[in-house]
Design a protein around this ligand. Structure first.
Ligand code: GDP
Ligand code: IMO
Ligand code: MG
Length: 425
C-alpha cells in the first residue's frame, strides 16, 4: 500500500514550494493541491523560462504527471481558465492531465468583493489579504452556504449563484461598501461576472472526479502521489498568528481533509523553509529587519510577491517558529531554500528564543499579535562564496546549527531559482 508524501511551506509562504514540487515530480505519478486557492503563487524556472501557478499543481510542467485540484482547494473559474490557457500557449495541454475534485468550492466574484469590503472595514487592522476572495469563500464553506465545482452541472446553478450573491450584497451594504468603484483584476464587477461565467463554461471540458476515491484508489494501485501545500505553517488558520492568517489548514493535517486520505496513509513530510524569513501582509514577524540588511535580502532574493507584486517583509531565520512548524506537521525531511541570497554576508543571525513579558521562551505565545516578542539571536559566520554544486564549510555549519535546534535533517539545499540548482545531502 503506497502512502502519500507531502510538501509544506514552514514559514509565511513563498518558501519556494513550486520549485521543489517541480523538481520532485519526476518521482511521482500524481501531484495534488489540498488547500488554498489563487492566493498562492508558485514559481517554477527551467531552461530560461518562468511559470507562476496559482490554482494548478506544480507537477503540471512534467510530461505524464496527473495533477489534481483537491476538494480542500477553492477555485475562481476565471483565474483558472487564464492559467490553463497561458500554459496551453506555452505548449502544455492539460486536457488529459488536469483533474478537478467535484467538492472543491467556488470563489464567486462577490466573494472577492466581500474580501475587499472586509479589508476596508478593518482599516488599520486589515490582514493585507491577496483580495482573491479566500476568507469569504472558506467562511461560506463552513457556514454551509457555498457552491462547489460539481454544482455547475446542475439545472438551478444560476439561481443558487444569484441567491448567494444577494446574500453577499446584503453583507456589503451592512458595512456601507460601495461596489461602484470596485475593480476586480482591472475590470468592473459586472464585467468580471461575465468573465467568471465564461470560465465556468470553459471548465466543463475538464474531468471532474470524486477526488477522495481517485487518490485512495491510485495509492492502492501503487501510484506515487505528492500533496503540494500552499501558503506556510505560520499562516495556518489554527496555529498561525491569528487573525493575520489565511483561512485554511495549511499544515499536514490539511491533507487528510483536503484530499480525503487517512492519517495512516501519510508517508514522508517534506518541510521547506528559506535560509531567512519573509512575510507579505500584516501581522507579527519577530525577526523582521527594517535596516539595510533587510533591504539586501529583499533585493538579492527578489522578494516581491508572485501573486500581488507586493514587496515582502524580510528578516532573519526564526528557529522557534521553524521548530513549531516541524512539530505541527511531523516533518521528516527539511529542505533549505535561497541559501545563495546570503552568499555575501559576513555574519548571519538566527533567532533561538524570544524574550516575552520579561521571560525567555522557545515557544510561540498565544498573544503573539498583541504583545512584543523580542528575538534572542545567535550570530554565525557567513560562507562568503558562491554556492555551486558543493556546500561550503561555513554553510555546512549553518545547516548543522539548524538541524541541531530543530531535530530533523536538512536533506536538500537550494541555491538558485532554476530546477537544477540543488544539492542533496
Ligand atoms: P512558493 O509560493 O513557495 O512556490 O514560492 P514563490 O514562487 O512565491 O517564491 C519563491 C521565489 O524564489 C521564486 O521567485 C523562485 O523562483 C525563487 N527561488 C526558489 N528557490 C530559490 C533559491 O534557492 N534561490 C533563489 N535565489 N531563488 C529561489
Ligand atoms: P504561497 O502559496 C505568502 C497571506 C496574505 C495575507 C494572508 C491572508 O505562494 O506561499 P488571503 O488572501 O489568503 O486571505 O491572505 O495570507 N498569503 C500569502 N503569503 N504566500 C502565499 O501563498 C500566501 N497566500 C496568502 O499576504 O497576509
Ligand atoms: Mg508564493
Amino acid at each position: 500500500m503506497n502512502k502519500i508524501d507531502i510538501l509544506l511551506g514552514l514559514q509565511w509562504g513563498d518558501e519556494g514550494k513550486g520549485k521543489v514540487v517541480d523538481a520532485l515530480t519526476p518521482n511521482y505519478d500524481i501531484v495534488a493541491r489540498f488547500q488554498g486557492g489563487p492566493n498562492a503563487g508558485h514559481t517554477i524556472e527551467f531552461e530560461g523560462k518562468k511559470f507562476v501557478l496559482h490554482n494548478i499543481p506544480s507537477g503540471v510542467l512534467t510530461p505524464g504527471c496527473v495533477n489534481l485540484i483537491g476538494n480542500g482547494v477553492i477555485i475562481d473559474p476565471h483565474i483558472l481558465q487564464g492559467e490553463i490557457e497561458g500554459l496551453n500557449q506555452a505548449g502544455f495541454n492539460l486536457r488529459q492531465t488536469l483533474l478537478i475534485a467535484n467538492r472543491a468550492h467556488l470563489i464567486l466574484p462577490s466573494h472577492r468583493a466581500l474580501d475587499a469590503a472586509n479589508e476596508k472595514a478593518l482599516g488599520k487592522m486589515k490582514v493585507g489579504t491577496t483580495l482573491k476572495g479566500i476568507g469569504p469563500t472558506y467562511t461560506d464553506k463552513t457556514a454551509r452556504k457555498g457552491l462547489r465545482i460539481g454544482d455547475i452541472a446542475s439545472a438551478d446553478f444560476r439561481e443558487r449563484y444569484e441567491n448567494l450573491k444577494q446574500h453577499h450584497l446584503r453583507q456589503m451594504a451592512a458595512v456601507d461598501f460601495d461596489m461602484n468603484g470596485l475593480l476586480l483584476d482591472g475590470v468592473s464587477f459586472e464585467e468580471y461576472e461575465k468573465l467568471w461565467f465564461e470560465g465556468v463554461e470553459y471548465l466543463k471540458q475538464f474531468q471532474f472526479v470524486d477526488g477522495e476515491y481517485y487518490i485512495n484508489e491510485a495509492l492502492d494501485n501503487g501510484k506515487k502521489v505528492l500533496a503540494e501545500g500552499a501558503q506556510g505553517s505560520m499562516l495556518d488558520v489554527d496555529f498561525g498568528s491569528y487573525p493575520f492568517v489565511t483561512s485554511s489548514n495549511v499544515i499536514a493535517a490539511g491533507v487528510c481533509s483536503g484530499l480525503g486520505v487517512a492519517p495512516s496513509r501519510i508517508g514522508k513530510v517534506y518541510g521547506i523553509f528559506k535560509a531567512y524569513c519573509t512575510r507579505v501582509g500584516t501581522g507579527p514577524f519577530p525577526t523582521e529587519l527594517f535596516d539595510a540588511t533587510g533591504e539586501t535580502l529583499r533585493q538579492n532574493g527578489h522578494e516581491f510577491g508572485a501573486t500581488t507584486g507586493r514587496p515582502r517583509r524580510c528578516g532573519w531565520l526564526d528557529l522557534p517558529a521553524l521548530k513549531y512548524a516541524v512539530m505541527l506537521s511531523g516533518v521528516t525531511d527539511l529542505m533549505m531554500m535561497k541559501s545563495d541570497v546570503m552568499d555575501d554576508f559576513e555574519t548571519i543571525k538566527v533567532a533561538t528564543a524570544y524574550r516575552y513579558n520579561g521571560v525567555e521562551t522557545r515557544q510561540l505565545p498565544f498573544a503573539a499579535c498583541t504583545e512584543t516578542m523580542e528575538p534572542i539571536y545567535t550570530e554565525l559566520p557567513g560562507w562568503q562564496q558562491k554556492i555551486e554544486n558543493q556546500i561550503p564549510e561555513k554553510l555546512e555549519n549553518y545547516i548543522k546549527f539548524i538541524e541541531n535546534y530543530v531535530g530533523v535533517p536538512i536533506k536538500f539545499v537550494s541555491y538558485g531559482p532554476d530546477r537544477t540548482q540543488n544539492i542533496l545531502r
